[in-house]
Design a protein around this ligand. Structure first.
Ligand SMILES: *Cc1c(COP(=O)(O)O)cnc(C)c1O
Length: 403
């Protein structure tokens, strides 16, 4: 037998292969040039052999590309690889994580629908629901993440979507995805999970019962802080609606960014394992230190949902947050004493970052709102990268010494 890629054998041989093999090979299309890496199709439009060919492609009677806002082979390779990794029937790429969320809600909700959102989601996600979707007649309520009975009680006849991030940022709270999906489905609603903090390497929400997964590919999928992007994955029936919105409204992914993400996915599992290993060492070490009052990390036996985390995740992630002695002044002194770790609110990078949520990501909340969200003035968040863990520990020790 020959390796005949013109016949599409690259994909047809991936039945039943493992996650790491899919991460390296799923979605790859090889042109007759025989390139080994993924080809980058940097083109806005496509040419047709005849007027009749153009007409048939525009009518959707024959498959093929028309315009890169609709389809692009490099973007499609990224979408197919994400679908394979999340266990989705279909995935569709977007320009950013926020446009993944925008496209999901715009395509699946109408005026008069009700959406339930976890209280602990990304700040821009809250703004999107509060400032914009409400303006178009979508009702929005917020529910504490972990309380499945609370979600159940908050569902109304017109509830269309439940929206969560698990584990949450920065306090690493979890919700039982399977239980929440059952609650949603029993009342005719869909469960959307923002899986950006875990990636499919650590958690596959669709396999646990969720209906839709959204990602900011800007974070761990790239993994090296280079590009913005996002993706929505789920069943074809719902993805058809999301694709329709994207093609019309236009927050499509650049093929260059898709190419970067394809390269990122090839090392996703290796990187996530290394992120988790470093985070575990630092969380355990921090928990032993005098200046630290509390450490929030699902990989610690002291975490109230450690058993749930073990059940629904394959690793506990890269984000470790902790409360230091000395309130806000202590936290700022700790942060300013580090030398290696970058002071920035970003995450999902090979470089470790440190931030003070109370005055950055959660700075716009009132003191009462911060209190309710559990964001203390003494809280520091570290998004652990891929440096040598001893060097990271030494840098955090500088922070401790400054308390
Ligand atoms: C960063 C982030 C987003 C938004 O993604 P962008 O790519 O910045 O638009 C959404 N959700 C979570 C959990 C994030 O961390």
């Amino acid at each position: 037998m020959t390796q005949d890629w013109d016949a599409g054998r690259l994909d047809s041989d991936l039945e039943g292969v493992a996650f790491d093999t899919l991460a390296v090979r799923a979605g790859q299309h090889r042109t007759p040039e025989g390139e080994h890496s993924d080809p980058l199709f940097f083109t806005s439009s496509y040419v047709f052999r005849t007027a009749a060919d153009a007409a048939a492609r525009f009518a959707g009677e024959v498959p093929g590309n028309v315009y890169s806002r609709y389809t692009n082979p490099t973007v499609r390779a990224f979408e197919e690889r994400i679908a394979a990794l999340e266990g989705a029937e279909q995935a569709v790429a977007t320009s950013t994580g926020m446009s993944a969320i925008l496209s999901t809600v715009m395509s699946l909700c109408s005026a008069g629908d009700h959406v339930l959102v976890s209280q602990s989601v990304f700040g821009s996600t809250i703004s999107l629901f509060e400032k914009y979707f409400k303006r178009f007649g979508v009702e929005v309520d917020y529910v504490p993440l972990a309380d499945v009975a609370g979600w159940d009680a908050a569902i109304k006849a017109n509830t269309r979507l439940l929206f969560v991030e698990t584990p949450s940022n920065p306090l690493a709270e979890l919700v039982d995805i399977t239980a929440l999906a059952e609650v949603a489905h029993a009342k005719g609603a869909m469960l959307v999970v923002d899986n950006c903090f875990s990636t499919p390497a650590l958690q596959q929400p669709l396999k646990l019962g969720a209906d839709i997964v959204v990602h900011s590919a800007t974070k761990f999928i790239d993994g090296q802080g280079r590009c913005m992007g996002g993706v929505v994955a789920g069943r074809s029936e719902q993805m058809k609606e999301v694709v329709g919105f994207l093609r019309t409204a236009g927050p499509s992914l650049s093929p260059f960014n898709a190419w970067i993400f394809l390269k990122g996915l090839e090392t996703l599992n290796l990187r996530m394992r290394a992120h988790c290993a470093n985070a575990q060492v630092l969380a355990e070490w921090l928990e032993q230190q005098d200046g630290i009052e509390k450490v929030h990390y699902a990989g610690l036996a002291s975490h109230p949902q450690h058993e749930l985390a073990k059940r629904q995740m394959r690793g506990f992630g890269a984000v470790v947050s902790f409360e230091v002695k000395g309130g806000k002044e202590g936290a700022w002194r700790f942060i300013d004493a580090t030398r290696l770790i970058s002071i920035t609110a970003n995450l999902g990078d090979s470089k470790t970052t440190i931030t003070h949520p109370g005055t950055t990501s959660h700075g716009r909340l009132s003191p009462q709102e911060r209190e309710a969200a559990g964001i203390r003035d003494s809280l520091i968040r570290v998004a652990v990268g891929l440096e040598d863990v001893a060097d990271l520990q030494a840098d955090l020790a500088r922070g401790l010494a400054a308390l």
